[in-house]
Design a protein around this ligand. Structure first.
Ligand code: NAG
Ligand code: NAG
Ligand code: NAG
Ligand code: NAG
Ligand code: NAG
Ligand code: NAG
Ligand code: NAG
Length: 427
């Protein structure tokens, strides 16, 4: 089981930190580790992605063994398209091995063509999924070395190799899979899953480097200290793409109501609860650029926002594309937290605990002088969502999120812009 926290910061220069603090009275003197991974936001797809250096030698094949992988917060494990991949340190994970059991590999895969990554016998089969197209394929659980950037307590970066990084290798030619990478950032070769499983990227870092468990008296990554709240993030029911009797690997937060400038949005609150099939509720997603809401919630939410914006003398203009409410930016004053719009509060069990979404996170510029409410209807275009609210990337940016995998708690602060924080303090 994962035994660490990881923090996710979305800034102007996007990056992730996997952090853990050594505890003074620990039995073993743990070295504090923080792993640094820069994240880039793709302009075309608005997806977040990162470059992973994998294999040996690092520079050989047409891809130079450096992969662009799309960040999927709720993804179960890392996977990549391994056609053409060549590395002397590549090892398939055998069926029936301890690692295969931990990964819950349901299949044992054989291959009757020449041996290469993606074509080996007696290999632990897992089921990677493309989170954008939402389909599942068959892949070989494998191991190879990856090179990480470790930040020490003096904030110096040093390269550190992780020898047995587990990643599913999918050779699309083997099973005639087409469109494996469809919808993902152009040039990417797979997905970096950060979900709540023993083989997600953060869980692997925790077990490999034996990071100590951490409970959180306050939010802190060792680099930042600020008051923040903790919420449990488990949905006890499976949410796919594989449905079984285990809790969801995605991160849910228990939103009880939504307020806009202090007024409760009139919505069917039973949609905010999670039912016995795992439907409903609110989860966090890095693969949805904007927050997606179930249709009835979206309508009530937009109506209330428009009402409050009008009260602030903000002029509404014609809707643009997927956004139902757009405004003339010249009628909105500017603040350190972005345009001075109505505040959106996601309110939790204790009414004094809420996640406030300011203008920088609620509005998006779509063209000259036009800002739109950056939330979309999850029921339109023949698409319906099982989760009632999926908090997307635009709303997560510039927030400090700390995931404690041992206690299943999420620590958060509202917009860091309010604290006048910038990326540089972390480096
Ligand atoms: C791969 O490596 C070669 C030689 O080091 C370099 O010239 C080339 O630009 C690299 N390709 C990519 C896609 O990074
Ligand atoms: C896998 O096993 C089959 C059957 O024993 C054999 O024909 C095949 O050559 C093996 N493939 C590899 C890649 O070793
Ligand atoms: C994807 O990237 C390649 C090379 O960088 C480029 O030639 C191609 O046009 C791009 N495709 C799209 C759809 O942007
Ligand atoms: C509220 O949502 C629940 C769950 O979808 C549904 O069963 C119920 O009929 C809804 N109530 C109203 C008044 O729409
Ligand atoms: C706020 O800033 C934006 C972009 O920087 C600008 O377009 C807009 O006119 C400003 N609004 C006001 C009221 O000054
Ligand atoms: C850390 O937490 C895990 C899961 O809660 C537990 O199994 C493990 O024993 C803990 N390790 C330590 C060193 O406390
Ligand atoms: C915010 O930080 C910037 C640069 O670090 C500084 O110039 C500015 O005065 C700060 N503003 C406030 C309100 O602290």
């Amino acid at each position: 089981m994962a035994t660490t926290t990881f923090t996710l910061h979305f800034f102007y220069l996007f990056f992730i930190l996997f952090a853990s603090i050594s505890s003074s009275n620990a039995e073993h003197s743990f070295k504090p580790h923080a792993f640094y991974l820069s994240i880039i936001k793709d302009k075309a797809t608005l997806q977040y992605h990162s470059l992973i250096d994998m294999g040996n030698p690092i520079v050989t094949n047409p891809y130079n063994n450096s992969f662009v992988l799309v960040i999927d917060l709720g993804g179960r494990f890392p996977w990549f398209d391994c056609s053409g991949y060549d590395s002397t340190t590549y090892r398939p994970v055998p069926c029936g091995s301890k690692r295969c059991k931990i990964a819950k590999g349901p299949d044992c895969i054989n291959c009757n063509r020449p041996l290469k990554p993606g074509c080996t016998n007696n290999t632990c089969g897992v089921e990677p999924n493309n989170p954008i197209q939402q389909f599942v394929v068959s892949g070989d659980l494998s191991e190879d070395v990856i090179r990480l950037d470790d930040i020490d307590s003096t904030r110096k970066l040093t390269a550190l190799d992780m020898p047995r990084f587990q990643i599913a290798c999918v050779d699309p030619n083997k099973f005639g899979v087409t469109g494996l990478l469809d919808g993902l950032v152009n040039g990417s070769r797979g997905v970096l899953g950060l979900g709540r499983t023993p083989i997600s990227f953060p869980a692997q870092l925790a077990s490999t480097f034996r990071l100590p468990n951490k409970t959180l008296p306050e939010c802190s990554s060792g680099f930042i200290q600020m008051a923040c709240h903790h919420l449990t993030f488990i949905n006890p029911h499976s949410t796919g793409p594989i449905f079984d009797d285990t809790p969801s690997q995605e991160y849910f937060i228990d939103v009880k109501s939504i307020k806009i400038d202090g007024e409760v949005v009139n919505l069917n609150t039973s949609l905010l609860a999670i039912d016995k099939n795992g439907n409903g509720g609110t989860r966090l997603s890095t693969t949805s650029p904007y927050t997606i809401m179930q249709t009835s919630i979206y309508k009530a939410f937009v109506d209330e926002f428009v009402k409050k914006a009008t009260a602030k003398k903000i002029r509404r203009v014609r809707s643009e594309g997927q956004f139902a409410a757009c405004f003339d930016s010249r009628t909105i004053s500017n603040t350190t937290t972005g345009p001075a719009t109505p505040n959106i509060d996601l309110v939790f069990e204790n009414e004094n605990v809420y996640w406030r979404i300011y203008g920088a996170n609620s509005l998006v510029k779509v063209k000259e002088n036009v800002l739109c409410l950056a939330f979309v209807d999850g029921g339109s275009e023949a698409r319906t969502i099982e989760t009632s609210i999926i908090l997307g990337g635009h709303q997560l940016e510039d927030n400090f999120l700390e995931f404690d995998l041992a206690s299943s708690k999420l620590g958060f602060t509202s917009s860091l812009l309010r604290h006048n924080r910038s990326c540089s303090i972390f480096l």
